[in-house]
Design a binder for this molecule. Structure first.
Ligand code: ADP
Length: 484
């Protein structure tokens, strides 16, 4: 089910202090990646407007938001979840159109976004401190206090769901926020602002500003009144955001890239492993930080498994997100070029194409499509093994045995997640201990969800989102100790 979108009535202006601010300056077009046509032009928030947004968030922190009891905060967040679900058809259509992702995945994202608000609504009135035993002459206890104004820099691959992932715990902990969606996919975050208002979230508590990263994003993360930055994006931009945050000693959560392995051992249920590998690699056309973009497969089952893998990929449907294909377009021409270049470079340095390998449009569509591709890498230093591609490209590495698979799995600069398929519990758990990563999936790639802490090691970043761990970035612990 899709819903007709009236683009003329979409709220495109920045949302500051509970109001839409009409702008007449620069705009950034946002595209339908399937047709490469402009969906709408979104006004750019400049440095002054970003400063207004931060000021409004700072005022709300000590003003109306501070007076809302945790129980009422919790009720508001539940209402946000309900309203997202109520508007799910429109939000999913919009997300699919703006990002290019298959409609069923967009629907899943909208439900997960609602679930984030619901999950953190449940904890808003239960965030309590400790009492610390210091003997009869003292009373000591801890208070959990909101860190302050939080900045949320959002990527284009999971627009609403990444916004909800940071915003829901920030609000549950009593923080206020300025959200900067990616310039490629700003629409659902702009709509969310209206949903928050309808749910009763006071003006200034959440502000949304749009524009290019080096203008709007940089102004936000450099602002001295921003106390915490939650960033999801590329490693290079993450470093620049960290440098900016260091300038005013703001804390940061960095969710950066990945090159995560899916290890398949010969004793596994190979049908389940095959389905899991396809989902791991090709969900959202591979534009997923935690994609399982490297298949590390035990030699004794490799030939058969790869033949089946190729057959399944050969049957993939390919087209615009709203038609719900297996593989949709990439988000932008820039991303398509990037993917095409890495595939070409990897081939030049020895990776073998097992299927796909080309930039290729479906008939009648002018957008940014790359064929689902499998590359067999004989050399573990190959770019296809070491670099995040962020497209529908699965790299295969053949392992002699379990120990070799563990070694290959670990050998990249990233450490976001990893998966293993095996019936041997001991091997699965040994792999889990061995791999440097924030999450390990056993016999179901992407197992878990809103409740399970997520984040990186090495170049994949640091800090944890999701679950109760995800709250910790948003409150300070203050200890109060009295001598009696
Ligand atoms: P990509 O290169 O795939 O677009 P980025 O990591 O550059 O990914 O972008 C992720 C988010 O970071 C986007 O919202 C983008 O606008 C924002 N961004 C880019 N550069 C900066 C910057 N210098 N400061 C703050 N945010 C930025």
């Amino acid at each position: 089910m899709t819903q007709h979108i009236d683009f003329g009535s979409l709220p495109l202006n920045p949302f500051i202090d509970g109001k839409r601010i009409a702008l007449s300056g620069d705009v950034v077009p946002t595209y339908d990646p399937a047709s490469a046509s402009v969906l709408c032009n979104v006004p750019v928030s400049d440095e002054n407007l970003v400063a207004d947004a931060v000021r409004s968030a700072k005022r709300a922190l000590k003003g109306p938001w501070a007076k809302v009891t945790p129980a009422e905060r919790s009720r508001m967040l539940f209402r946000v979840a309900q309203l997202i679900r109520h508007d799910a058809a429109r939000l999913a259509t919009l997300e699919s159109l703006d990002s290019g992702k298959p409609l069923r995945e967009a629907k899943g994202d909208i439900e997960t976004s609602a679930r984030y608000f619901e999950y953190y609504a449940g904890i808003a009135d239960k965030l309590q401190g400790d009492t610390i035993p210091l003997g009869p002459d003292f009373v000591s206890f801890t208070l959990h206090e909101p860190v302050g104004v939080t900045a949320h820099i959002i990527p284009w691959n999971f627009p609403l769901v990444t916004t909800a992932r940071g915003l829901a715990p920030a609000l549950a902990a009593g923080c206020t926020a300025v959200v900067k969606p990616a310039e490629q996919t700003p629409l659902t975050a702009l709509v969310l602002a209206d949903i928050l208002t309808e749910a009763g979230v006071p003006p200034g508590v959440v502000n949304v500003v749009c524009g290019p990263g080096d203008v709007t994003g940089a102004s936000l993360v450099n602002h001295p009144d921003v106390a915490h930055v939650t960033f999801t994006g590329s490693v290079e931009t993450g470093k620049s955001v960290m440098r900016a945050a260091a300038g005013h000693v703001a804390s940061v959560t960095m969710e950066l890239g990945g090159k995560s392995p899916v290890v398949v051992l010969a004793d596994a249920n190979l049908d389940e492993a095959l389905a899991g590998t396809l989902k791991a690699a090709f969900m959202n056309a591979g534009q997923v930080c935690s994609a399982g973009s490297r298949l590390v497969i035990e030699k004794s089952c490799a030939d058969d498994f790869l033949a089946k893998l190729k057959a399944r990929i050969g049957d993939f449907t390919y087209g615009r997100g709203l038609d719900d294909p297996d593989i949709g377009p990439l988000v932008s021409d820039e991303q398509l070029q990037r993917v095409g270049n890495i595939v070409a470079q990897s081939r030049k340095s020895g990776a073998e194409v097992l299927i796909g390998g080309n930039v290729k449009r479906p008939a009648n569509l002018a957008g940014w499509f790359h064929e689902p591709t499998v590359l067999l890498a004989h050399d573990r230093r190959n770019q296809a093994v070491q670099e995040e591609i962020f497209g529908p490209v699965l790299t295969v590495q053949i392992a002699d045995d379990f120990d070799h698979a563990c070694e290959l799995a670990e050998d990249t600069p990233f450490g976001l997640v990893g998966g293993i398929y095996t019936k041997d519990v001991s091997k699965a758990l040994r792999f889990s201990r061995h791999l440097s990563a924030g999450q390990v999936f056993i016999n179901q790639y992407f197992a878990g969800g809103v409740e399970t802490p997520f984040g990186g090691t090495k170049n994949s970043g640091f800090g944890r989102e999701k679950g109760l761990e995800g709250l910790k970035a948003y409150y300070h612990v203050k200890t109060v100790t009295a001598r009696l």
